[in-house]
Ligand binder design. Structure first.
Ligand SMILES: C[S@@+](CC[C@H](N)C(=O)[O-])C[C@H]1O[C@@H](n2cnc3c(N)ncnc32)[C@H](O)[C@@H]1O
Length: 232
């Protein structure tokens, strides 16, 4: 992904941030992207390779295990989770993105929902065995991130796992233009919400051009495992 492909997204984000509407630009960009998908810089129409790698290292989930994809965009990560056996829910604040998922994957087993992370359905609270957040926190401005972390953490069930993949920086580094890399300190906030860090990778992602620094962090909510649903 070159910076020139980010120009429209950055300009749209800037306009909405100026209006004090930090979430409005996603729908605006997806609407623009209906005519020209290349305007959506993260839409590469394949599952996130770092999510695929993480899933490859894990056992197939037990039947009925649930997954939630945060900010699912055009659906590739959610489809990957469903293909791996998770009963998958995926949401995005942009109704146009969710329409795009339904058009791209007719007959999908994924439940696609238009929802705002900051006002998600209450039945999602502590409801998911696996929660996947990739690249949403890094497009939220600083002022929203701590709240976003709390909402994301709250989706993980007892014994549930949260996987976070994000751009990374040191706290002394300038954050530069959107997407804004996170610091380790920002990710540590997940541990304030009942989660234990079980894996933390700080690596150079050479699958991106030019390569970028990323964090991949895995958290677990301690506690008794949610009982399997009764056979019907
Ligand atoms: C950088 S994109 C990443 C999309 C997808 N995860 C991917 O990697 O292709 C961030 C996504 O989060 C969505 N998003 C941003 N803020 C959100 C919010 N408050 N609630 C739900 N979705 C949000 C955007 O619409 C966008 O689709």
């Amino acid at each position: 992904m070159t910076d020139s492909k980010r120009t429209a997204a950055r300009e749209t984000a800037r306009q909405y941030l100026e209006k004090d509407d930090p979430l409005g630009w996603f729908e605006a960009l997806y609407r623009m992207g209906r005519k020209d998908p290349s305007l959506i810089p993260w839409a590469d129409f394949r599952a996130n390779p770092n999510l695929v790698r993480w899933l490859d290292d894990r056992a197939v989930p037990d039947p009925g295990r649930t997954a939630l994809k945060i900010g699912c965009g055009l659906g590739d990560d959610a489809e990957e989770l469903a293909a791996r056996g998770f009963t998958t829910t995926a949401f995005d604040i942009s109704p146009t993105a969710i329409d795009g998922c339904r058009v791209r994957f007719p007959g999908s087993r994924v439940r696609y929902v238009t929802a705002n992370l900051f006002a998600a359905p209450s039945e999602w609270n502590r409801a998911f065995d696996l929660v996947v957040e990739s690249y949403t926190l890094q497009v939220l401005p600083d002022a929203l991130r701590a709240r976003a972390v709390k909402h994301i953490a709250d989706f993980a069930a007892s014994r549930g796992t949260l996987l976070v993949i994000t751009r990374a920086r040191d706290s002394g580094d300038h954050e530069g233009g959107m997407p804004w890399p996170l610091t380790r300190g920002e990710l540590d906030l997940f541990r304030h919400h009942g989660l234990t860090e079980v894996n933390f990778e700080d690596f150079t992602d050479t699958l991106e051009t030019p390569p970028v620094r990323r964090f991949l962090a895995e958290y677990l909510r301690q506690g008794p495992r949610t009982p399997d649903p009764p056979n019907t």
